[in-house]
Design a protein around this ligand. Structure first.
Ligand code: UGA
Length: 432
């Protein structure tokens, strides 16, 4: 079986490399020639732990290749994975499917034998039906099957999530495609992944419903954290106490800044937009979007309170600016709201992120990148731990900076309040 991944973003690149590592022959296609040349040299356009090693290994052993030639790659392959982006349309909640449909049109003129055409990109329910219509326009009868196979990997944990998924969801009622795909995924199923065959529309919706539910869980605990702060309760006790109930589960109950990234913000919006289109109201998800949008304001107000509303000329440090650890991704990171707002109020901001300087802040007044934690926190009035990188988990603040004591606002609850306070620092965290 020869596989073709169209789109070398997170999903396409990680899945392609992992499939190659499982012994398949894989060609990854992208229209961006620079990116393809970069990849051929073993260079990786994204920061993802472990990815570079796997690309180099599988490119060398010739199971993995890269190309800009979509038509040739499709005609030489048996299984085609569409992995292009489905961002929000400008100024709208709706998913922009133009890249999906463009790719489908190109595939339709390259079908020379039976092919399974799979959407791995996150696509609204009924998109597979549209792809099927596009592929049917050419004389392709009985030469393809359109399947939905959503991906559930997380940035920063992508390789582990691919190899050890909780479940593999295959949306097709076509027996032949199901048999072939079950076989393709058999190395993961034998390691314990559940295999669910379902209708194509159900698979499409499972992906959105999962992301919307996880976003709801996070938003729920963030709101509970606000209540904890008012009532002197530790939100971590609540997360543990709730999580011990197997019906609830303990994961994704970590309170913190607003959720961000390339998926939850766009997918929560897209599912409400799809529901509106089908004249039904996903009011819970709409509330989640609203609450998450308000989250950065709540945390900013806390910063103002901590600094007694005197922000002008205050030296504020951000440790971590990406939306979460182990990624260089800045998309919808709450730092993009907080840093400009503090700069506008006259703060002097230094930030350190293990993935380096960020172009997003280059035009914001009084915002500077530091090359080390020590440099970032030197002379600071307030240190905000924004992202939970391991680099920030064992800092000895007392020995790192002698002299002036700063305030610490730990937005990821990394430190034990008592230990930090014992070192003489004023310490604030989330929901405790
Ligand atoms: C998310 C899903 O977790 C993946 O299953 C899915 O495949 C992916 O979207 C996608 O649709 O492609 P990702 O966006 O990489 O993955 O990151 P998460 O680890 O889910 O974190 C998302 C946001 O939630 C981050 O801002 C993170 O800091 C926040 N979060 C997560 C919390 O605030 N608390 C938690 O307990 C967990």
């Amino acid at each position: 079986m020869k596989l073709c991944m169209i789109g070398t973003g997170y999903v396409g690149l990680v899945s392609g490399v992992c499939f190659a590592d499982l012994g398949n022959e894989v060609i990854c296609v992208d229209k961006n020639a620079d990116k393809i040349n970069f990849l051929k040299k073993g260079k990786i356009p994204i920061y993802e732990p472990g990815l570079s090693e796997l690309v180099i290994k599988n490119f060398k052993n010739k199971r993995l290749n890269f190309s800009t030639n979509l038509k040739k790659s499709v005609s030489e392959s048996d299984i085609i994975f569409i992995c292009v982006g489905t961002p929000s349309k400008k100024g709208s909640s709706t998913a922009d499917l133009s890249q999906i449909y463009d790719v489908a049109k190109e595939i339709s003129s390259s079908i020379n034998k039976f092919k399974i055409v799979i959407t791995k990109s996150t696509v609204p329910v009924t998109t597979g039906d549209e792809i099927e219509k596009i592929l049917s326009r050419k004389n392709n009868k009985n030469k393809f099957s359109v399947v939905s196979n959503p991906e559930f990997l997380r940035e920063g944990e992508a390789i582990r999530d691919f190899i050890y998924p909780d479940r593999v969801v295959i949306g097709t009622l076509d027996k032949k495609s199901n048999r072939i795909l079950k076989n393709l995924y058999s190395p993961l199923i034998s390691k314990g992944a559940s295999y669910l065959q379902t209708s194509r529309r159900a698979a499409e919706l499972i992906k959105y419903a999962s992301n919307a539910f996880l976003a709801t869980k996070i938003t729920f605990i963030n709101e509970i954290a606000n209540l904890c702060e008012k009532t002197g309760v530790n939100v971590e006790d609540i997360s543990i106490g709730m999580g011990l109930d197997k019906r609830i589960g303990s994961r994704f109950l970590r309170a913190g800044p607003a959720y961000g990234g390339s998926c939850f913000p766009k997918d929560t919006k897209a599912i409400t937009s799809t529901a509106d289109k089908f004249k039904t109201n996903l009011s819970v998800v709409k509330s989640v979007i609203k609450s998450n949008k308000n989250r950065s304001k709540i945390l900013l107000n806390r910063v103002y309170e901590i600094l007694n509303k005197k922000i002008k000329n205050k030296k504020i440090t951000f440790l971590g600016v990406t939306f979460k650890a182990n990624t260089d991704d800045m998309r919808d990171s709450s730092s993009l709201i907080m840093i400009p707002a503090l700069s506008k109020k006259g703060a002097q901001i230094k930030y350190f992120d293990p993935t380096g300087i960020k172009k997003e802040f280059s035009k914001i007044k009084n915002v500077y990148n530091s090359n080390s934690i020590k440099d970032a926190i030197k002379g600071s009035d307030l240190v905000i731990i924004h992202t939970e990188w391991n680099d920030f988990k064992s800092i000895n603040f007392k020995s790192l900076i002698k002299g002036k004591k700063f305030i610490i606002y730990d937005m990821r609850n990394i430190y034990s309040p008592n230990k930090i306070k014992a070192q003489g620092f004023k310490y604030y965290s989330i929901g405790r």
